[in-house]
Design a binder for this molecule. Structure first.
Ligand code: PGA
Length: 259
């Protein structure tokens, strides 16, 4: 049984004051964070410097409902990699999730499919749940290459020795042209790709949570969540406003057709 999952990606935004205010707003709106059984369905991915303080401020109350994730991880176990953060460090700081292969990192930091796969493996080995982002550019969509691009991005991870595509992972479909652009994929476009991803994942596909990401807001979330293969969202811009984020969480609880 898949549960709805909403992940906030704060990207390079926030301050200590922002974190404190966000937590206070979550405390006030915690009806939106209702937990079906014991599994969390809300994850916040702050910039690294705020990760541990977010974990501490969530404490045991909100912390039972909201888990913390990172936005990136280094593929190496440890060593002389100035400025980098390992999966075991994230785990040591009580992070549970990590985003890998976000299109901003693929494009702005030139991360290859192989590097994304290595980060995915490092996360799993450290006991973190990787949130693997896949998605096509506008040009690729216009050329009819969407499914081919997604298949290749999935396959490069699945093929890496040590990766287990049957457990402990989330896939986020994020069309590059929809990220931060205000343009969302139509529910039908998103559903088509989600269905394809589930098929690509084989037998485990029916158990794996698949998120949609790309300009998700409370005004478009409901129709996306109504699609059978969309289990929630990876939310960027709209996750920076606590009330808006809580509204999206409420819609996921009420609308996601989990199966
Ligand atoms: P957006 O970002 O919601 O601002 O489009 C989504 C993401 O990049 O994860």
């Amino acid at each position: 049984m898949r549960k709805p999952l909403i992940v906030a990606n704060w990207k390079m935004h926030g301050t200590q004051t922002f974190v404190r205010r966000f937590i206070a707003a979550l405390e006030e709106g915690k009806d939106a964070l209702r937990q079906p059984e014991a599994e969390a369905r809300v994850v916040i991915c702050p910039p690294f410097p705020y990760l541990l303080s977010l974990v501490e401020q969530l404490g045991t109350g909100l912390g039972a409902k909201v888990l913390v994730g990172a936005q990136d991880v280094n593929a190496q176990k440890d060593g002389a990699f100035t400025g980098e953060v390992s999966a075991s460090m994230l785990s040591d700081c009580n992070a549970h999730y990590v985003i890998v292969g976000h299109s901003e990192r693929r494009h702005l930091c030139a991360e290859s499919d192989l590097l994304v796969a290595q980060k995915f493996a490092a996360a799993q080995i450290a006991g973190l749940t990787p949130i693997l982002c896949v998605g096509e550019t506008l040009r690729q969509r216009e050329q009819g290459l969407t499914l081919e691009v997604i298949a290749k991005q999935l396959q490069s991870v699945a093929e890496l020795p040590g990766v287990d595509m049957t457990r402990q992972l989330v896939v986020a479909y994020e069309p590059v042209w929809a990220i931060g652009s205000g343009k969302t994929a139509t529910p039908q476009q998103a559903q088509e790709v989600h269905h394809f991803i589930r098929e690509q994942l084989g037998e485990a596909g029916s158990r794996i949570q698949l998120l949609y990401g790309g300009s998700v807001k409370s005004t478009n979330a409901k129709s996306l969540f109504a699609e059978i293969d969309i289990d929630g969202a990876l939310v960027g811009g709209a996750s920076l406003e606590a009330q808006e984020f809580l509204n999206i969480c409420r819609l996921a609880g009420a609308t996601c057709s989990v199966g």
